[in-house]
Design a protein around this ligand. Sequence first.
Ligand code: HEM
Length: 498
Amino acid sequence: MTVLDFERLSQDTSFNTSTTPPSHFPKRRWFEQWRRPKVDVPLIEINEDGDYREALERAYKQYPDKPYKIQHFPGEIVIVPPHMIDEIKNAPESKLSFQQASYDIFVGQHTGVTNHERAVANILRVGVLRLIDAVYPAIQDEALRAILSELGNDKEWKSVLLFPKSVNFIMAISRLVFVGEPLCRNPEWLKSIVAVTQHAFGSVPDLWQTHDITRPLAAWQLPSLQSVRAHRENAKKLLTPILQKRLEQLEDPNFKPPVDLMQVVIDNGKKNGEGRDVDYQLNAIIGTGRAALFTASMTTFQTLYDLASRPEYIEPLRQEAAELGDAPLNRSNVGKLTKLDSFLRESQRWNMFMLVSVIRKAMKSFSLSDGTFIPEGAILGFDIRNAVRNKSTLENPNEFDGFRFERLRAENGKEQMFQSVQTANDHLVYGHGTQACPGRFFAAHEVKVLVARILLHYDIKLKDPRPGRVAITDQVNGIMVQVDPTQEFLIRRRSETA
Ligand code: HEM
């Protein structure tokens, strides 16, 4: 083999760090992965600090209503002006694909992010909602158990780092959705599922810094990706006997299978039997975990930060939760927490999650309504800050107003509007349109249950608040918004709920 025989190198499993792209992705020859389409719109330079937030703010002043582009891995991202959002959000996946854009930006080839088959994406879109319904009743118990075990019973103020605890809260709730009992309670399994997600995303900025040619080598050497591969193998080892047992049980016509992701994948993958394959199963479980775990953990954490840094909201929200009395925190009762829902929507609007949303890859060349030609392979998105602040129809959109959406919903005929799960042209945190996040109903529910329970059982405040800091997401890495996990909180168990 010559040194430059990349095709063979990438197939050599001893060296290969690449994952196989999903079969519905267009087939590319090895060198085509480095082809970057160029779009003929103005380029906005990124300053030396690599501050994309600053660049987007500058760009808005220069081009409020015109497309422009920024340089960002894997090439350039075209930022489309807000008034063209309908042209993008309504496009089918065959024309503009979220999955393929996300795969390119998050280096899915090496990290595995959004590297699932289309069939699995469809299962996530449809099947996950079915099984989420089945686990709703268990959520509040799981949430309470996790909160008490993570935060303890101490009636004196104690300092805690809430980010890792938020991950544990979400994991405790979501694990039921994935494989059900008993694997979901196996600490080794949980560790591996968290690690493949955390370390895959953690490796992304490192991979962004490497050259196309040396990236496979970097992916091979990066400790974070070595960890992803090792934990994936471990998860496979643990899942194999469980799947085997389920398949044997299914031979018995009287067996009633539990409602979990494993079963949904078996049922949906019946035609060609893919759902019975352990790698296919693992991709579905890990793929759902990647979409669900850190997104919801970040949201829980930033909501708690926004509460602790604006203590005037704590009592009204606690009061609202207390008014439910002993009623279970099921879907319909959580729906009554309109102040909390409003606070969550405002917190998500404020923190934004990513600087660019509704990210899509052009699967075919086309032109925007202003005539801008978008070649096949170009990546597009919207400046979320511009949408939720500058172009928003809200009153004083540059101020944090936790109950603004509750007041809007109180207006006649608007009771069902402005809910935290509703996407809008000026609310893009879950994306928008045909490919908007299908897990948002579950995410909003679990975050609200957690926050309501924490407020009822604990007092919470910031330790050493940083003057002038308006959000825990004030740092960015590329277009990714970062939470500061080092912020300490003070927590104590409330005596009236002892
Ligand atoms: C607060 C938490 C969450 C946030 C902020 C979030 C955000 C997003 C965003 C921005 C997208 C892209 C949509 C678009 O561009 O139109 C997306 C897609 C998606 N999300 Fe979420 N998400 C969250 C929680 C979840 C949860 C809990 C699940 C699963 C239970 C989930 C499953 C998915 C799936 C399956 C996709 C589409 C992936 C694909 O088509 O391949 N998300 N999410």
